[in-house]
Ligand binder design. Structure first.
Ligand code: ME8
Length: 629
């Protein structure tokens, strides 16, 4: 059986997954599903790149340990892949034990072979990219990849002898057909290598959140060496030889264009040093642009894919991203374009074809076609287009031209809609005397929908099965190899009409929904004036007692700097009256008084709870009456 190994980048779990991550992952999923349909033994690997200074810093800010921090975000990535129906085989985390061990062994092997040596490194470091640059690589003195500030940094480091591989890498880039795609990226990389490859630093000693170098524990392995090797570790390198030999080299590494350099220069050099074959293809796709900018976590211009999937279904998003943006080019995302595309392509073209044909089968034949065919010259054009569709789709999919593959399918959908308009199967008079012809026309439409459903399966798996169920096509007639055949559907097929697969959307209503949803975060924000309305005051507890008949409440008598007040508070489960006396605590002092258990409470004390324990906010070193601001 032929194998096919496809990967996405392993993403940084420094913040939640966004549409950009979805884009690469959906593309890889389409390829994986397509190859499985063709009968290949597929391995589809995705995962998370969890080490490095950036993650360590994020975790610190969130008051969590790095592993606690990444665990939360990794769970969200996995949830998103579930929602998007991503059929990965392996989700590798660089904190996985097997990966850590293999990275350590790789590092040691490269050191033993003399490809890694110890030295001192000074360079311009971009912390968000975790990458060092030389003077000549900087653009306007900023990071050439992300355009941010860089800082000069020096440390004791281990180096990888990249310079040794200059000629071999250049030869690979120039002469290996299809190694980098699109071709424009290949030329960029050739220029980069021709400018001279320098040894690069593969360890860090300035932070600790990384994989320790086994023979020098001050150092952790540089994140890119750690991350790139995920592609071999995920499939059994240093662990399961048979599996590894079966799947390696990768058929295609999919990624955004900004990391093509790591994959087409550094990664092959590491593999050459390990005496392993290089991947067959590196595909650097373009960026999804939002409001004129590359969408990214740090720019905060991120659309929530969970909301889009929940509201419009994951297939609509999968379709839109791959149809709208030619794979390889940058392309914009806007809610408006998304909703309009759902209406035009999915509700109108495809959805309507399905609903009007199944409705007619119901209406004219009680749901089951006659079983006899009467072909006509009108049919042959449609049949031949349908028969040749699979081949066209395969050529485009093999070239990762997702949008062109979908164009071909939608051309056939359009032709089939035209066929219906020409044949007018709703014209009762026209077919009053020729029910067999009417049944044949509807059969042809259903047969077209069968083939369309099979070919859209990699893009829109759920929609494909909905169509197959509605047109009464069993699994037996929906194999990939049956998608270039005409006349496979049972002639006496019984349809099962259901709701529209993509209901038509009211654009204004949806836009207002999405825009409100996007601003819901903003609506939670208050101005400083709002905050100033709240008087937070330190008070001293003079007396405290339980309230009879209540096991939750305590009654406190406090001094607020000018007078005594009574406060009733539900803290009896956590504090005894004796605990409270003498404490200086914070209260909201300007709340309207309210009666609790018949006692007027003149303020509310401030406390925090994590669900298990509760703690009253104390102010030990400032006097009663002080105002917090
Ligand atoms: O670079 N448009 O992780 P990362 C399209 N951990 N794709 C986008 C995108 C956008 N606006 N934003 C992100 C890393 N992507 C490293 C990779 S691999 C050994 C290590 C996608 O979380 C695109 O695939 O920054 C890009 O390359 C990747 O997410 C970057 O993800």
């Amino acid at each position: 059986m032929k194998k096919f190994y496809v990967t996405t980048p392993i993403y940084y779990p420094s913040a939640k997954a966004h549409l950009g991550h979805c884009y690469s992952t959906i593309a890889a999923d389409v390829l994986a599903r397509y190859k499985r349909m063709q009968g290949c033994d597929v391995k589809f690997v995705t995962g998370t790149d969890e080490h490095g200074m950036k993650i360590e810093t994020c975790a610190k800010k969130a008051n969590l340990s790095p592993i606690e921090y990444v665990n939360r975000i990794v769970a969200q990535f996995k949830e998103l892949w579930k929602v998007l129906n991503i059929s990965y085989d392996v989700f590798i985390r660089t904190t996985d034990d097997y990966h850590v061990k293999s990275v350590q062994k790789i590092f040691k092997d490269l050191y033993d072979k003399g490809y890694i040596y110890k030295g001192k490194y000074g360079g311009w470091y971009c912390s968000p990219c975790e990458a060092f640059f030389t003077d000549s690589q900087l653009v306007d003195k900023k990071c050439p990849d992300c355009g941010r500030e860089v800082v000069w940094s020096e440390e004791d480091s281990y180096f990888f002898k990249l310079s040794l591989f200059q000629d071999r890498i250049l030869d690979l880039l120039k002469n290996s057909e299809g190694f980098i795609e699109p071709v424009s990226r290949k030329n960029e990389m050739i220029k980069f290598v021709e400018s001279g490859l320098q040894d690069f630093c593969v360890s860090r000693s300035s932070f600790s959140w990384g994989i320790p170098v086994t023979f020098d524990d001050k150092h952790v392995v540089y994140v890119w060496l750690d991350a790139l090797t995920n592609y071999i570790n995920a499939i059994g390198y240093n662990r399961d030889d048979e599996e590894f030999k079966h799947f390696w080299p990768a058929d295609v590494h999919i990624m955004g264009k900004e990391i093509v350099r790591f994959h087409s220069v550094i990664w092959p050099a590491i593999l050459m040093a390990l005496d392993l074959p290089v991947p067959k293809k590196i595909f650097g796709h373009g960026w999804i642009i939002l409001g004129g900018d590359k969408m990214s976590k740090s720019k905060g211009n991120v659309v929530d894919p969970f909301v889009l999937c929940e509201k419009y279904g994951e297939d609509a998003l999968r379709y839109f991203l791959l149809k709208e943006i030619p794979f390889g080019s940058d392309g914009p995302f806007s809610n408006e374009a998304f909703i309009n595309k759902i209406n035009s392509d999915l509700a109108n073209d495809l959805g309507n074809l399905l609903s009007r044909s199944t409705a007619l089968v119901d209406k004219c034949f009680g749901g089951t076609l006659l079983g006899e065919l009467k072909p006509d010259s009108d049919d042959e054009h449609l049949a031949s287009l349908v028969r040749s569709l699979k081949n066209k789709v395969e050529i485009h999919l093999d070239n990762l031209e997702f949008s062109l593959a979908l164009n071909e399918i939608w051309n056939v959908v359009a032709e089939c809609n035209k066929y219906m308009n020409v044949c007018t199967p709703w014209d009762k008079k026209r077919y009053a005397e020729d029910q067999i012809r009417l049944s044949t026309i509807l059969y042809n439409v259903l047969e077209t929908l069968r083939v369309v459903s099979v070919l859209i399966y990699p893009f829109m798996p759920k929609t494909a099965s909905k169509i197959q169920s509605q047109i009464g096509a069993s699994r037996k007639v929906c194999g990939w190899h049956q998608s270039d055949k005409w006349g496979v559907l049972d002639k006496k097929v019984k349809v099962n009409r259901e709701n529209a697969i993509f209901p038509r959307l009211d654009v204004d209503k949806e836009l207002s929904y999405l825009e409100n949803d996007e601003s819901s975060e903003d609506e939670r924000l208050i101005s400083i004036e709002d905050f100033k309305k709240v008087e937070l005051r330190v008070v001293e507890v003079l007396k405290c007692e339980k309230i009879e008949k209540s096991n939750k409440l305590l009654k406190l008598s406090v001094f607020d700097g000018s007078k005594n007040r009574t406060i009733v508070s539900g803290i009896a489960k956590y504090y005894s009256p004796e605990d409270m006396v003498g404490k200086k605590i914070v209260i909201v002092a300007n709340l309207k008084p309210s009666k609790i258990f018949g006692i007027e409470s003149q303020g509310m004390l401030v406390a925090g709870s994590d669900g298990n324990s509760l703690e009253v906010m104390e102010a030990r070193n400032i006097g009663a009456g002080s105002i917090l601001s």
